[in-house]
Ligand binder design. Sequence first.
Ligand code: HDD
Length: 712
Amino acid sequence: MPQKKKAPSSQLAGTDTLDRRNNSRKHEQLDAFREDASGEALTTNTGVRIADNKNSLKAGERGPSLLEDFIMREKITHFDHERIPERVVHARGAAAHGVFKLYEPLAELTKAAFLNDTQADTPVFVRFSTVQGPRGSADTVRDVRGFATKFYTSEGNFDLVGNNMPVFFIQDAIKFPDFVHAVKPEAHNEMPTGGSAHDTFWDFVSLQPESAHMVLWTMSDRAIPTSFRAMQGFGVHTFRLINAAGKSVFVKFHWRPLSGVCSLIWDEAQKLAGKDPDFHRRALWEDIESGDYPEWELGLQVIPQADEDKFDFDLLDPTKLVPEELVPVRKVGKLTLNRNPDNFFAETEQVAFHVGHIVPGIDFSNDPLMQGRLFSYTDTQLSRLGGPNFNELPINRPVCPFHNNQRDAIHRQTVNKGRAAYEPNSIDAGWPKETPPAAQGGGFESYPEPMTGIKLRKRSDSFSDHFSQATLFFNSMSPHEQEHIISAYSFELSKVERVEIRARQVNEVLANIDMTLAKRVAANLGLPAPKGPTVELAARKLRASPALSQANLLPGNIKSRKVAVLIADGAAAADIAALLAALKKEGASAKLIGPTAAPVTGSDGKPLVPHGSYEGLPSIAFDAVFVPGGAAAAKALAGNGAALHYLLEAYKHLKAIALCGEAGELAKQLRLEADAGLLAGKDGKALLAGFRKAIGEHRVWAREPKAKQVPA
Ligand code: HDD
């Protein structure tokens, strides 16, 4: 219920100055709850104005505090209870508001209003997360990323609670607590924080071969994205869509980032976890504040009901994806994140997603993982948010009307009028009343799927092939992606203390995915080479799926890329000006990085004010490094260890580096050979075209073998 009406958000400071016409419906509702204390008196919660907020009430200046000090008691009591339990998984997250816009009506597929109205601006709230770590853990750990979207539609909230990987570790929800207990920090010493490189995780997954495909995804570059905006999202399960005539199709939901799909290098990810644990949430925040809004396209893979059995896997098995070469992804709309939350706790922490939040025209499938989730998400909010009224929290409220006979419970905010909280009733004329199912705007109706069967606990035989798609994924990777996967397994398993667990994963899982992978990992662990696969797989129709490789998912532009410009006294002002103009044209940006935060003097005698220092804003926070010319500046950099390390690190992480004019000498000093991404010697303007091309390719993969020799 609205409590306080303050100035409309468009008149408030900070983020409120941004353009938000697109999501006004949710924000009009939230405005009623927003609190702006500027110009207001400090009061107690009951509205009493406070005269002294610095001293407690005492018996004498040096005497004990008095129990009657209701002002201090209220303040400390509230503080003592500020924390709520963090999410049992996906505790670490960041979120933003945005809008979803449909490209074309999808009436042939679904009656859902928000998927039929191209004029509607459907407000959304999206929360990204890691899975394993607690609320305060680092953003860049190797982990799955949650990608949960709440659509506030005219027919109720639809939550698409997905991940940045299209498959999952287990097939049946009854295994979820086991899986989570295995991956979480170990029970005896609560280590490690944020990652899966430990005994209990590998013990579980090596005994549970259905995890093979998903673990392969988490050992791939997908588990260390450069940013949230560079991730795909997937609904994972097969859902149903139902049109106005009652016809149903199966569907897989996809989010396609317009920034392309890009990842960190593992060394970068580890360093960032220490140097900037907020790396991903900071980028999301800053991009939105600067008006560089992250965007995704919603994609659908539509599978006619008649084709349900045409695949060599079961559509209900969440450890399988539907290759895009078999069913193409149809792009149906665009999501734009265009507003940061006003308050992290009220919005990002209290938002409650639930796979069971669907609207007419969308329905569940019998995927046993999904079925279990339908129970878990409401249940968890009861302990996390304290009771069944969490839907009344501002961030969770639908933007359409909502009325029913549910009453009371802790922290109830709605003041329900009327006497009859039951149905049927005659006292309140029968209100609120049911809506009969109807094509549009009607009451929710489950898809009338015929059901028969005996009650049993059994996994369908159609769920028993655990390796074919893992092999498909490995085959589909580019050579450098395969190398990263081999390194990731070798790194993770080297942290496992028990040799028998390492060997089990290599011999009983990896050997069934790919023998080269298994042998290379075995060699890195000092284990005997596995003899061969332990299970026989049926021949598969598809050997590789190019759509799975990130090498094929670059955006083709350099929008949103960030360049570090290393400056020192005498830096060539013309080089800097040329770079900034070129980046601006393409929606990319640059930051000046100096020896300290103090201004330096450019070659034109004007001050250059750094955004940060070589140590404070390291190369790992940028996509590329640019060093302007100027003899004095080049000399200063040549004698500065932090600057030299900056360049070595950028080189090691395969980034584009431009060393203009005299700065070209730095390459010689560091013995770095010119390549497609290391451009040296000419003035800034002459280097720009090559520099832009290298940034667009994200990394100089050909440099990788050489970069391994670099001590940075
Ligand atoms: Fe889950 C949170 C995604 C399986 C039980 N899950 C949670 C979040 C995401 C996912 C993105 C964070 C939502 C947020 O930002 O608040 N979960 C998935 C995906 C799964 C999946 C893509 C498989 C396809 N989850 C899954 C199963 C269960 C749960 C099988 C339980 C049987 N998940 C939960 C939970 C959480 C949760 C315990 C923790 C906090 C919350 O729900 O609100 O209920």
